[in-house]
Design a protein around this ligand. Structure first.
Ligand code: 13P
Length: 250
C-alpha cells in the first residue's frame, strides 16, 4: 500500500523568521496528521536551520534543486552529498520553473536525478505539460518524453528510490487545478509507462500531484487511485493550509 506524501515547495520565499514560524507551526500540528508523510523544501540557506528544528520529528527535509555534478569547479552549485550532510532526504529535480526559466532540458534533469541518488537523496522528479501542449493533445507524448529521458539514464530500478510529481504547468500558481479525473488520467499514464518496464516498481512508486493544491481540493485529488499525495507551492507557506492538506490524506 503506497503512503501519501505531502511536500511543501517554498520556492523563492522565506527568511529565518518565516522558517521558524512555518516549521514551528507544522510541528505543533503534525500530531493530528495520521495518514501522510510530510516534507518541507525550503531555500538552501534555511536548510541547516530547518534541520535543527526538524530533528527527531517525523517531518522530512528536502531541497528544491540539486547539482548534476558531485564536486569541482561549478560555481553556484550545491551537491547531493552536501544536502545529505544536512539530513535532506529529498531533492526536487526538473521542476517546471527550472525547466522553463533556467533552461534545464530533459538530459540535465536526468543527470540531476542520477546525481541526487548517487549522493543518497530521493529525487522528486517533476513532469508536466504546458497549456499549449495540453490543448494540442500532446500531453501523453510530453510526459513520456520527460519520463523516458530519466528511464534511459537511470534505469527502471532507480524508481525504487524516487518520487514522481505530475505538475501540469498551467495549474502551477494559477489557482486553476487539474480536475481529479484529469490528474488521475496522467498519473495512470505515468504508472502504466513504468509498468512497461517493471510492474512491481510501478506499483510501488509514489506519484504526487502538484498545481494549486489547496485545503478545498486536496482530499478529492488524494482519493484518486494513482495520486499519492501532493507537491504544494503557495499553500505550503501557510501553516493552517499546509496542515489541512496533510490531513486531507485521511
Ligand atoms: P502551487 O501550489 O503554488 O500551484 O505550486 C505548485 C508547485 O509548483 C509545487 O512544486
Amino acid at each position: 500500500m503506497r503512503r501519501i506524501l505531502v511536500a511543501g515547495n517554498w520556492k523563492l520565499n522565506g527568511s529565518i523568521a518565516m522558517t521558524k514560524e512555518l516549521i514551528g507551526g507544522i510541528l505543533a500540528g503534525i500530531g493530528e496528521v495520521n495518514n501522510a508523510d510530510v516534507a518541507v523544501c525550503p531555500p538552501y540557506p534555511y536548510i541547516p536551520l530547518a534541520q535543527e528544528l526538524l530533528a527527531g520529528s517525523p517531518v522530512a527535509l528536502g531541497a528544491q534543486d540539486v547539482s548534476d555534478q558531485a564536486q569541482g569547479a561549478y560555481t553556484g552549485e550545491v551537491s547531493a552529498a552536501m544536502l545529505k550532510e544536512f539530513d535532506c532526504r529529498y531533492s526536487i529535480v526538473g521542476h517546471s520553473e527550472r525547466r522553463s526559466l533556467y533552461g534545464e532540458d530533459d538530459a540535465t534533469v536526468a543527470r540531476k536525478f542520477v546525481a541526487a541518488q548517487a549522493g543518497g537523496l530521493t529525487p522528486i522528479l517533476c513532469v508536466g505539460e504546458t497549456l499549449e501542449e495540453r490543448e494540442s493533445g500532446v500531453t501523453d507524448e510530453i510526459i513520456a518524453r520527460q519520463l523516458d529521458a530519466v528511464l534511459d539514464a537511470a534505469g527502471i530500478a532507480a524508481f525504487r528510490q524516487a518520487v514522481i510529481a505530475y505538475e501540469p504547468v498551467w495549474a502551477i500558481g494559477t489557482g486553476r487545478t487539474a480536475t481529479p479525473e484529469q490528474a488521475q488520467a496522467v498519473h495512470k499514464f505515468i504508472r502504466d509507462r513504468l509498468a512497461g518496464h517493471d510492474a512491481e516498481v510501478a506499483a510501488a512508486v509514489q506519484i504526487q500531484y502538484g498545481g494549486s493544491v489547496k485545503p478545498g481540493n486536496a482530499a478529492e485529488l488524494f482519493a484518486q487511485p494513482d495520486i499519492d499525495g501532493g507537491l504544494i507551492g503557495g499553500a505550503s507557506l501557510k501553516v493552517g493550509d499546509f496542515l489541512a492538506i496533510c490531513k486531507a490524506a485521511g
